[in-house]
Structures are given as structure tokens and as C-alpha cells.
Design a protein around this ligand. Structure first.
Ligand code: 5RP
Length: 225
């Protein structure tokens, strides 16, 4: 837990007065949001864009002024968690089920910072089940299509019933460990009818703040030559 707290709180330092800030979802960015709330009490002036109902509630409790994505004309910076991060700062997200709103906000954002503890760093993406958000109508057809591609998936459940996202979609968790070319997998998932979004966030993060037991480290995306 310490690594999450250290990373989450450190990332709040990158928020500057006047910014519109995408607020991610999860137990690491929780600490960022709390810290931003403290800074607001001390005069910081920002507008937040929440990526889930849970984050909206938390940000409201921290007195962070918010607008909905549809009412924002730009986003300066988004800070969010991740489930896996590879050395190129590609990641898997959606363990908390907020991947659709998270990706929309991240793609609209000028800069993206991920916060995570060191356990999230991997050499290669895919050990963590890849979340895929699907419409409930015909989700079994999507599962069959995935299976034809050699991808086993599991319908995410909560209290014995299908887990529902904030958009009332379902989530399939895919075993993607042996999927090979992850860029190609992302493009293929984008092409399947019934899939609303998937948790491969490729080329989106600019920086990751990683929390270790006693310190944080900063990873930056290599500039393209
Ligand atoms: C939610 C996410 C989270 O950012 C991700 O699951 C990491 O969460 P945590 O910081 O709790 O480990 O993608 O959809």
C-alpha cells in the first residue's frame, strides 16, 4: 500500500493552477485525488474531469470542482492508475472496470501520467487479464469470436451477477498472455462488433510515477527519433 500512496501523492505535484485535470479511477489515484483536494484547500484552482462514478463521488468529497467530459473544451493532464506497465509505457487498464471513460478522457488529454506501485511493472503485457467492455446484447457471440482467435475470456461477475460498468456494459476478462503482437491484438479488438472498448492503452502514457517501499521513481516515454 505504501508504494501506491507514495506514487499517488507525488503525482499531484504535476497539477498546476488553472489546469483541467482528468481524474482516473482506482486505489492509487485515490491518493492523488485526496492530495489535490488538500491543495485546493490551500488555494489551488483546477477543474477535474472524473472517469467514473466512484471518482466523481471521491472528488466531490474532496471539494474538487468538476465538469463532465462533454462540457470541457480541453484537458491539460490526466492522472490515472494502471494494472500493468511495460518498459515502453504501454499498459493494461480496466481492472476497476472504468476503462471506457478512462480511455476517452486519456485520449482527449494533452498529457497522461500513470501512478502505480512497482508490482505493476512488467517486461511484457498480458499476465493481467485484459478487460474488454462489451454490450450485454450478444456478448456470448463476442466470447465465441475471441475463442476462434484462440483467446479464452471470462465474464466478470459481481455478487454472482454480471458486473456492470458505469455505462451498463459487461466486461470480459481475456487471457492475453500468449497473444503475441499486442499492437495487432488491440487493432483486432477495435474491429469486433459488440466490443465497446478494451484495456490496452498503447502509446497513451507520457510518464509513470512508480511507488516503491520508501521512494518514487519516474519513467518517461522515450521520444520518437
Ligand atoms: C480502473 C483502472 C485502474 O486504474 C487500475 O485497475 C489500477 O487500479 P489500482 O490503482 O487500484 O491498482 O484501470 O479501471
Amino acid at each position: 500500500m505504501n508504494g501506491k500512496k507514495l506514487a499517488g501523492e507525488k503525482a499531484a505535484d504535476f497539477v498546476e493552477d488553472g489546469m483541467t485535470v482528468g481524474l482516473g479511477t482506482g486505489s492509487t489515484v485515490y491518493f492523488t485525488i485526496k492530495k489535490i483536494g488538500e491543495r485546493i484547500q490551500n488555494g489551488l484552482c483546477i477543474t477535474g474531469i472524473p472517469t467514473s462514478e466512484a471518482t466523481k463521488e471521491l472528488a466531490a468529497a474532496c471539494h474538487i470542482p468538476m465538469v463532465a467530459l462533454n462540457d470541457a473544451d480541453h484537458i491539460d493532464l490526466t492522472i490515472d492508475g494502471a494494472d500493468e506497465i511495460d518498459p515502453g509505457l504501454n499498459g493494461i487498464k480496466g481492472g476497476g472496470g472504468a476503462l471506457l471513460f478512462e480511455k476517452l478522457v486519456a485520449k482527449a488529454s494533452g498529457r497522461n501520467i500513470w501512478v502505480a506501485d512497482e508490482s505493476k511493472l512488467v517486461k511484457k503485457l498480458g499476465a493481467f487479464p485484459l478487460p474488454v467492455e462489451v454490450i450485454p446484447f450478444g456478448y456470448k457471440m463476442v466470447m465465441k469470436e475471441l475463442e476462434r482467435k484462440g483467446l479464452q475470456s471470462t465474464l466478470r461477475l459481481k455478487d454472482g451477477r454480471p458486473y456492470e460498468t458505469d455505462s451498463k456494459h459487461y466486461i470480459l476478462d481475456i487471457k492475453a498472455g500468449n497473444a503475441g503482437d499486442i499492437q495487432a491484438l488491440g487493432a483486432w479488438l477495435d474491429s469486433i462488433s459488440g466490443i465497446v472498448e478494451h484495456g490496452l492503452f498503447l502509446g497513451i502514457a507520457d510518464m509513470a510515477v512508480i511507488g516503491h517501499e520508501q521512494h518514487v521513481s519516474i519513467l518517461k516515454k522515450e521520444p520518437l527519433c
